[in-house]
Design a protein around this ligand. Structure first.
Ligand SMILES: Nc1ncnc2c1ncn2[C@@H]1O[C@H](COP(=O)(O)OP(=O)(O)OP(=O)(O)O)[C@@H](O)[C@H]1O
Ligand SMILES: [Mg+2]
Length: 167
């Protein structure tokens, strides 16, 4: 990567998904969700990926956030420790990476657990990352709900996401 301005460097990235197959039978047919993709993102730059449905945008996002591992190619990011290949991240480093590199999913019905209240949904990432004390988390969650217009926050905290209007 070398260049100090480059934050993300995607090299020859490919992801194949097996089609058909099953538990006992390996598939020999694959969908080429992403093939030979290259992209460099500089510091401070915003990049939008545009393309027809099924061209591989979400798969690229999942590879970038390490929700999926690539079939081929690599993704390097610039960090305080220098340039790292995200495939090498483990343990604590992977956890810090997950805190800094995140995805906002398209479909709320698919992304939100219907068994969790609004409070539990918003608290989950804070719990996982061990951010703040319980009281601090409660304050932060209340503040956030107020900020996005779910007021008074207290009347929304323990409701379920599917029980409030999408608008
Ligand atoms: N987990 C999976 N298993 C099998 N095939 C998959 C999987 N995820 C994606 N695909 C296939 O990979 C291709 C790319 O899908 P992807 O979701 O990345 O497209 P997209 O550009 O995000 O589309 P959209 O605009 O509809 O969101 C599609 O053919 C899709 O069916
Ligand atoms: Mg998509």
């Amino acid at each position: 990567m070398g260049h100090p301005d480059i934050l993300v460097n995607i090299q020859n990235l490919s992801k194949l998904f097996p089609v058909g197959g099953g538990i006992f039978r390996r598939s020999d047919v694959f969908v080429h969700a992403v093939s030979g993709f290259n992209l460099q993102i500089k510091r401070g730059e915003s990049v939008g990926l545009v393309g027809e449905s099924g061209c591989g945008k979400s798969t690229t996002g999942k590879l970038l956030t390490r929700l999926l591992n690539p079939t081929e190619g690599k993704i390097e990011i610039a960090s305080k420790q220098g340039v790292i290949d995200i495939a090498s991240l483990r343990g604590k480093k992977l956890k810090t990476f997950r805190r800094n590199v995140q995805m906002i999913f398209q479909d709320p019905y698919e992304s939100m657990n219907p068994r969790l209240t609004i409070y539990d949904t918003v608290a989950e990432p804070l719990n996982v990352q061990g951010i703040g004390t319980i009281t601090e988390r409660e304050e932060r969650i209340t503040e956030l709900l107020e900020k996005v217009g779910l007021t008074p926050a207290a009347s929304f905290l323990f409701r379920y996401t599917h029980r409030i209007s999408g608008g």
